[in-house]
Design a protein around this ligand. Structure first.
Ligand code: COA
Length: 331
């Protein structure tokens, strides 16, 4: 049975940078509030004309280059996003087309902030089963266009952002490398704690001016409830994975937690008893790009030479659903 290894990584964010002060000029907030409550200093938002698939394409090309592979060598695409460019079809087929690929399968998955972790677990399973040898895993979001950029929406608008991360996962016969284990969960009992209620297929008309004016098309969040569950579920899931391979938190060379909020990451670190150098955060510069936070952070770490062969690396995420999970791999 082959192991699934990460052969290459890439990332892309829109050119436009949005500072905290820019929010302070259009709503009742401040740079100080945003930095102390979330850790965010700036984030990237798209400009008119930019698409999510464009971002995914840039990240993918970087990942393929690092892997020394041509796009035609891919066997499948797994594309995680909750913010597709169109209601349907999903972004996966657009990426397949823009890469000029043959009719390979393109899976679109929507697992919110846990999208990358779920996608990686799927890629691992496909590779191990022998179904596909090289899989492109992409996580990409455009959250900016669904934010209420007024004082009413200030608790979400300042947090969420746009970006894409990609990894190429490939089959390897080296037993010392690759994805070791994963742990995935969901609990829909909390669905309305972090959701976009509309548009929905059960509505007729799907979009109405009246309901738009009520703010139902904006992301709605019970921040305290999300916080409470996130700081419990992520460490719990990391411990489950570590337990399966008979390892301890101290064995982790690097943990990349989903970049939801710096205070959440700090609490996850504390709960697991990790040292600062074991945890990577970049929310300060990117905000919360939902499914894309982990592959963007991973790409930064890889390109900065932060990972050495044999390092034990963990990813953990929590998001709307609620959904959560972790992946452990040997770099
Ligand atoms: N600027 C200034 N004030 C703001 C604000 C902003 N951007 N957003 C909210 N506030 C206000 C609130 O309106 C509230 O005012 P009130 O006391 O007059 O009602 C006050 O700040 C405190 O709000 P509260 O929600 O209690 O703050 P908090 O300490 O819980 O922080 C979050 C709010 C959103 C930062 C925090 O709950 C959080 O990070 N939750 C997790 C969110 C998350 O990670 N989501 C993604 C998960 S994948």
């Amino acid at each position: 049975m082959p192991n699934a290894v990460i052969l290459g990584t890439g990332r892309a964010v829109p050119a436009r940078t949005v500072s905290n002060d820019e929010f302070a000029s259009v709503m009742d907030t401040s740079d100080d509030w945003i930095r102390t409550r979330t850790g965010i200093r700036e984030r990237h938002w798209i400009s008119p004309g930019e698409t999510g698939v464009d971002l995914a394409l840039t990240a993918t090309r970087q990942a393929l280059e690092m892997a020394s592979l041509g796009a035609e060598q891919l066997d499948a695409i797994i594309y995680a996003t909750i913010t597709p460019d169109h209601f349907l079809p999903g972004n996966g087929v657009y990426l397949q087309h823009h890469l000029g690929l043959g009719p390979i399968p393109a899976f679109d998955i929507r697992l919110q902030c846990a999208g990358f972790v779920y996608a990686l677990a799927m890629a691992d399973t496909f590779v191990r089963s022998g179904a596909y040898r090289r899989i492109l895993v992409v996580a990409q979001e455009i959250q900016s266009t669904r934010m209420d950029v007024s004082t009413k929406g200030r608790h979400t608008a300042v947090i969420f952002a746009d970006g894409a991360g990609a990894v190429v996962v490939g089959a390897s016969d080296d037993p010392g490398r690759g994805i070791l284990t994963f742990d995935l969960h969901s609990d829909g009992g909390y669905a309305d704690k972090l959701w976009v209620e509309e548009p929905g297929a059960i509505l007729n008309p799907t979009i109405s001016a009246e309901r738009y004016a009520e703010g139902r098309y904006f992301l709605q969040m019970d921040g305290k409830e999300v916080f409470r569950h996130a700081v419990q579920r992520m460490p719990e899931s990391v411990r489950t994975c570590l337990g399966r391979i008979d390892a301890k938190p101290a064995d982790l060379a690097l943990l990349i937690p989903h970049q939801a909020n710096l205070r959440i990451s700090e609490m996850v670190q504390k709960e697991l008893g990790l040292r600062d150098e074991q945890v990577y955060n970049n929310i300060e510069r990117f905000g919360n790009t939902t499914s894309a936070t982990i592959p963007i952070a991973l790409d930064e770490c890889v390109r900065a030479g932060r990972l050495a062969a044999g390092d034990l690396v963990g990813f953990t995420a929590f998001g709307s659903g609620f959904v959560w999970g972790s992946v452990l791999l040997r770099w």
